[in-house]
Design a protein around this ligand. Structure first.
Ligand code: PLP
Length: 366
């Protein structure tokens, strides 16, 4: 047991002694108060996953059948699936060559059925969240941010996840703030927060003035033992964020190789370093990513088969026109997947493998 784990273990022992009496715990409620204070917002709503956070948030802003939700093609299945769960249609928006949402394509695809924009901050990058939010306000659209990978990224002095109506985060292992599984929603509006709370728990605790069980909801509650782990990690959140940023910086600095160019953060952004990122200018970049995965370097394309979301079979019915720049950006981005366990020695080893393979790939691509 490390010193960092000790507070969580003691709190878990106390919780186990109190369980299964539901009235004797209150860890999720305490977590919500601490998250709201940490982000400087009025409300945080703890839920069972980032997916649950997005589904809850979309339902809370009123997205439903017949609506369209604008979402970047550079995103993951978990960002888009919740849109489909509501009965709405995802409309995929292309990106610029830097990988951030293309505001011109956003405007071009915003039709009369558009109800919300769901910006996805993949790899912790926010692009220009202020511009996206301003566009949405101008068009009367709601903004639900997918900040699941964006803990601790700040844009123009403001944390990602606090720009829109609701900001959604994941607490899954591997995220900078983690609890095994879990998620949370940030809200500044009292009514939206109350609606999220009601939806999270089958409308048993309705917003003021409404009857219990008057509407359909879900069981998206965060389990109390996971709230204990989340609270212990939130207490050392600055350290966890510093660590991830240092890991990414070290890896980017140590990997000097032909055909790999580090991707700079967008202007005005203090990036969290979620995944060290390079643009690949080598032949068969997806093959290169797969080779790295085979050699033990976990990465988005090679290990997890990331493709532009408009190309996924379950979403192609919603995708009349492809998003060519998104496909190119995903295919040519090396994003290494890190966890808090990656110490300096492992980071250096991974950097060495990447550089070695890049040199080899240039000379002798398979
Ligand atoms: C960008 C993004 N959106 C949504 C999710 C969904 O979060 P979860 O796995 O907690 O459901 C994740 C995490 O997997 C993610 O990285």
């Amino acid at each position: 047991m490390t010193a960092a784990q000790e507070p969580a273990l003691h709190a878990l022992a106390d919780l186990l002694a109190a369980m299964p009496d539901p009235a004797a715990t209150g860890q999720s409620t305490a977590l919500e108060q601490e998250l709201a204070a940490a982000f400087g917002v009025r409300h945080a709503i703890a839920v069972s996953s980032g997916t649950a956070a997005l589904h809850t948030a979309l339902a809370a802003v009123g997205v439903g059948p017949g609506d369209e939700v604008l979402v970047p093609a550079v995103s993951v299945v978990m960002s888009v699936a919740p849109i489909v769960y509501t009965g709405a249609r995802p409309v995929f928006v292309d990106c610029t060559s830097s990988g951030d949402i293309d505001l011109r394509d956003l405007a071009a695809k915003c039709g009369p059925r558009a109800r919300a924009v769901l910006p996805v901050y993949l790899w912790g990058r926010g692009g220009d969240p202020a511009a996206v939010t301003a566009f949405a306000r101008q068009r009367g659209l709601r903004v639900v941010e997918d900040a699941c990978q964006a803990h601790a990224t700040v844009s123009g002095g403001r944390p990602l996840g606090t720009f829109g109506d609701l900001g959604c985060f994941s607490l899954k292992d591997g995220k900078i703030l983690w609890s095994g599984e879990g998620g949370y929603i940030l809200a500044s509006d009292d009514e939206l927060a109350a609606t999220c709370r009601a939806y999270r728990s089958h409308w048993t605790t309705p917003p003021p003035g409404q009857a219990p069980l008057a509407r359909l909801g879900n069981n998206y509650r965060l389990a109390e033992p996971l709230a204990v782990i989340a609270r212990a990690n939130l207490a050392r959140f600055d350290d966890l964020a510093r660590q991830r940023h240092a890991q990414a910086t070290r890896m980017l600095t140590e990997t000097t190789a032909p055909g790999l160019t580090p991707v700079a953060p967008p202007p005005g952004e203090t990036w969290n370093g979620y995944s060290p990122l390079w643009r690949i200018s080598l032949p068969d970049p997806r093959g290169f990513c797969r080779r790295l995965a085979d050699r033990g370097v976990p990465n988005s394309v090679g290990s997890f088969g990331l493709v532009s979301c408009d190309q996924r079979p379950m979403f192609t019915p919603f995708s009349p026109a492809p998003c060519p720049i998104a496909a190119h950006v995903v295919d040519t981005t090396l994003a290494v997947v890190l966890t808090a366990h990656d110490d300096d020695a492992r980071i250096s080893k991974l950097a060495q493998i990447i550089a070695e393979e890049a040199r080899r790939w240039t000379r002798d691509p398979d």
